[in-house]
Write a protein that binds this ligand. Structure first.
Ligand code: HEC
Ligand code: HEC
Length: 498
């Protein structure tokens, strides 16, 4: 630990000041947006409960394609012994902390997935067996020969184990040249392969739950009379298994049945580049972003400390008061500082004559009202159809809510536990590398986003469709749909420069 200072004994410092405590009742009190239909914000672990959890954060290493693994790599890792993820007493300046945060982002793993199961290890040991079993959509390899989504870790007992990545798995984009863009949404399929299922076995709570009960824990919304997930609560395994086979309309690549979300109203991977300037987090604005500490809190919430308490509704009773583990404040704060430092990347598309025409279209179509430069988002929340928040509620009065409405599909914003009743305005920066548009990722290209055909019920969405869904409309956001073909091409050329 860091040297004790007079005021804050034992706390690591940044530029001479002790780092903040991240999980405090005070900071959490006004952080989350109320849930539509419930009228209150989700619960959270108290700081006392949080502090009791054991800290787990070990250094991890990339997993290589077996044909590309450096000679002696596994012995070298074992020889390092268990190593701490970061060493806070060596960090002095903000730049040191950001660099450490990048290491946390790259290396943090999903500790419950760690395994030395010989079958899982064998998958990564024999090049031809790996290629034979390889799922091209999931087991993607960078130009350095690194297989994304997995990590090696030397456990406290000195054993070398295979694990799954955490932040880096979902928030790393593989570019066409085999390089990676950190913070950009992942673009490979996260649906588990056989090897990954072996790793994920660690997630199963004890005693094993029926599949339906588990899905209900993940997604149930009992305050809604029309809750689609209620049917699973006591459904037999065969019924749930049949549903899960239908679920091939998602997750596709970078969409995800996230905890508190829904397989019916999926969540797309978000772009973390530029997140420091965003006022709200999540497509539905579930949390306000007041600075790096909120980004750290968000990371803690999703990967370690969601107690799944919504007023009187408790979804995972055995987890309501006890966390399995947590990162140190130093690791979490470093991560928050790193995320806040992720600056927009210049687009390779030039602002040529066509793109300049598109810029004029953007201006006279009024896009800038909601997508103003330089962030290309007004950072406001938009109410979905039929949702009317209570303006006298102090938690609502704090929010920046537009007077306009957005008529995109209201499912995620109303019928899930992420359902605040709002969608935020996404930034248009980075559209040149992002692949899925709209809150659930229903649309795969800008051409289709500006195609009126998507409003029709017989439309086949090019992105996420939904379990068993072959065709459906992608409604709302009708801006730009009536432009001429020439104007649309110019507008799209402009958007790709951002
Ligand atoms: C399994 C995939 C997955 C993992 C692992 C994951 N995230 Fe995310 N993350 C997402 C998705 C999907 C969203 C979008 C949520 C939404 O819009 O409802 C998101 C949203 C976020 C946001 C909010 C950004 C915004 O503008 O809405 C932050 C910050 C974030 N993640 C950071 C992290 C960090 C840090 C880690 C590692 C501790 C992490 N995430 C791990 C999938 C993941
Ligand atoms: C009244 C506010 C408003 C106006 C005007 C507006 N947008 Fe949007 N835009 C939004 C909101 C809100 C979303 C997110 C909708 C959702 O996810 O359900 C969005 C989403 C988008 C997206 C998808 C981005 C992503 O990452 O998913 C693009 C592209 C876009 N807008 C471009 C435009 C263009 C171009 C114009 C002008 C022709 C325009 N918008 C006008 C509010 C607006």
């Amino acid at each position: 630990m860091a040297q004790a200072s007079a005021s804050d004994a034992g706390r690591p410092t940044i530029d001479g000041r002790p780092i903040p405590k991240i999980w405090t009742d005070e900071a959490l009190a006004e952080w989350a947006t109320p849930i539509a239909g419930l009228g209150i914000a989700p619960g959270h672990f108290s700081d006392a409960e949080y502090d009791r959890a054991p800290i787990d954060a070990l250094r991890t290493y990339p997993v290589y394609h077996p044909a590309r693994e450096p000679k002696g790599y596994r012995d070298w890792m074992k020889a390092q012994g268990p190593q701490p993820l970061i060493e806070p007493d060596r960090l002095k300046t903000k730049a040191d902390w950001i660099a450490a945060g990048e290491r946390v982002f790259d290396q943090l793993d999903t500790a419950v997935a760690r395994t030395d199961d010989p079958a899982a290890l064998a998958h990564f040991s024999d090049p031809s067996a790996f290629d034979a079993a390889r799922d091209e959509r999931h087991d993607v390899v960078t130009k350095e020969g690194i297989v994304l989504d997995y990590r090696w870790v030397v456990e406290r007992d000195g054993k070398l184990k295979l694990s799954l990545g955490s932040c880096s798995s979902c928030h790393t984009h593989l570019m066409a040249d085999g390089s990676v863009l950190k913070g950009a949404p992942s673009n490979f399929d996260l649906a588990p392969t056989a090897a990954e299922r072996a790793l994920l076995a660690g997630f199963d709570p004890q005693p094993p739950l029926r599949r339906g009960a588990k899905l209900w824990q993940f997604f149930g919304v009992p305050w809604r009379a029309d809750d689609l997930h209620a049917q699973w609560k006591s459904a037999p395994d065969e019924i749930v298994a049949a549903f899960q086979r239908l679920d091939d309309g998602g997750p596709v690549g970078p969409t995800f049945d996230r905890f508190n979300g829904s397989p019916y109203f999926t969540t797309r991977m978000v772009d973390l580049i530029g997140v420091g300037q965003r006022r709200y987090l999540d497509a539905t604005g579930t949390h306000v972003n007041r600075g790096p500490e909120d980004l750290a809190r968000y990371a803690i919430l999703v990967e370690f400390a969601d107690n799944a308490v919504f007023g009187k509704h408790r979804f995972i009773t055995e987890r309501n008061t006890q966390l399995k583990n947590r990162p140190s404040d130093a690791a979490a704060y470093a991560l928050g500082l790193y995320l806040a430092s992720l600056e927009h990347v210049a687009s390779p598309h030039p602002l040529d004559a066509e793109a300049r025409d598109g810029q004029s279209v953007f201006e006279h179509e009024g896009c800038a009202q909601c997508h103003p430069a330089p962030l290309y988002t007004s950072n406001e929340l938009f109410r979905v159809a039929d949702f009317e928040p209570d303006p006298r509620d102090p938690a609502t009065a704090r929010l920046h809510i537009s007077d306009y409405r957005i008529d995109t599909d209201p499912g995620l914003a109303l019928r899930t536990r992420k359902g605040t009743g709002y969608y935020r305005v996404p930034t248009l920066r980075g559209l040149w590398y992002r692949e899925l548009l709209e809150h659930s990722g229903s649309i795969a290209t800008l051409e289709e986003w500006f195609d009126r055909a998507r409003l029709e019920p017989d439309y086949v969405p090019s992105g996420w469709r939904g379990p068993g869904v072959k065709q459906r409309a992608v409604p709302g956001h009708e801006y730009g749909l009536d432009l001429s073909d020439e104007e649309k091409s110019a507008l799209i050329a402009f958007l790709r420069t951002l």
